[in-house]
Each structure stands twice: as C-alpha cells, then as structure tokens.
Design a protein around this ligand. Structure first.
Ligand code: MN3
Length: 203
C-alpha cells in the first residue's frame, strides 16, 4: 500500500489572500505530490513497504537522507494543510490556559511565531509543540520534522520554504507569516493537544 496525497481540508480559494489557489496548486499538487511519489518509489519492494509514514521517517532518519527528506516532507505538508483553516477556529480551554502560561496571550504567541519564522535562516518550518509538558516554539531546518521525536507533540506548523509564499508575498516572509497567523487552525491544535501523541499521516 502506497502513501497517498491527502486532499486539502478546504477549497483551494479558502485561504486567500494569505495563501492563494495558485500557490496551493503548486504547493499541494506539485511539491507535496512529488514528496509522496518519491517516498513511495524509494520504499517499493523494501521492508519499509507497508509501514506507517512515521515508521518510515524514523527508520530513514540518520541512515537514508534522501528517503528521510521525502518522507518527512510528506508528513510535514499533510500536517501543514491541517494547521490552517478556512473558518475562524478557537482553542480549547486547556490550550488557551497553556498559551497564557507560556506566552501571556494568543496574540503574543502569534507574534513569537512570526518573529521566529521570519528569523529562521533559509528553508524550514516553525512549530508550536508540547515538549516536556510545556508549550514551546520549535524550528526545524529543510525537511526535518517533529513527527518522530520522542517526548514532542507538534500542535501546529508553518512552512517557511519560499515555495509556500513567493507567488503571493514575493520575498516578504513576514507578510506571509502575519497573514497565515490569521488562518491558524486552533481546533486542530486543540485536538493534537488532547490526544497527547503526535498526529499521524492518514493511511
Ligand atoms: Mn512546502
């Protein structure tokens, strides 16, 4: 059983103007699809065929950089699509209280995410995660992921690769981050928090 390109959880115009249908057509239809296709091609006929995407990522980490990059990017993009929502969403009481404890307010958290995302050098991802029981902002470089990291539960992610924003915001990563901050899916973050373990890529 091969991995599939999951559908976007909203219409392709739903995130405009933060993220346009044109960006999604390339980002989901070309970039994400290519990561999935390359992961499938790399594991076909090996003992990783039939494993979960999370197992493939963990197995490839540190031993097969090409497969790691493609499988982790497959996961990260699935998680990223769900990290944004068409409609306004709200955080659970538990998440709100953890945000207040860690960042003072949800607006401060959004500012910190934008600051860390803007300051991240070159390609990567900025995450809201639970680590050692506390909310934290994490960054990963290139295709690296929090999907398989012990004791870390990712709640939300923002893609910092230029392909995520160049068509809509050109080089202005801060403008993209401000726009995406208004589209973050706090319901998804709350579901991830209450589950207590990392989201899994749909199979
Ligand atoms: Mn991307």
């Amino acid at each position: 059983m091969a991995f599939e390109l999951i559908d976007l959880p909203y219409d392709d115009t739903a995130l405009e103007p933060a993220v346009s249908a044109k960006t999604l057509s390339f980002h989901h239809g070309k970039h994400h699809k290519a990561y999935i296709d390359k992961t499938n091609a790399a594991i076909e006929g090996t003992d990783l065929a039939g494993k979960s995407l999370e197992e493939v990522i963990a197995s490839a980490r540190g031993s097969n950089q090409g497969l790691f990059n493609n499988s982790a990017q497959s996961w990260n993009h699935g998680f990223y699509w769900h990290s944004m929502a068409a409609e306004e969403t709200s955080a659970s009481d538990e998440l709100k209280s953890m945000i207040d404890d860690a960042f003072g307010s949800i607006d401060n958290l959004k500012s910190k995410l934008a600051e860390r995302g803007a300051g991240h050098f070159a390609s990567g991802w900025v995450w809201l995660a639970v680590k050692d029981g506390k909310l934290t902002i994490e960054e990963t470089h290139d295709g690296d992921t929090l999907a398989d990291q012990e004791g870390v539960n990712p709640l939300l992610v923002i893609d910092l690769w230029e392909h995520a924003y160049y068509l809509d915001h050109q080089n202005a990563r801060p403008a993209y981050l401000d726009a995406v901050n208004g589209k973050l899916n706090w319901s998804f973050a709350s579901e991830n928090l209450v589950r207590g373990t990392a989201w899994t890529y749909p199979s």
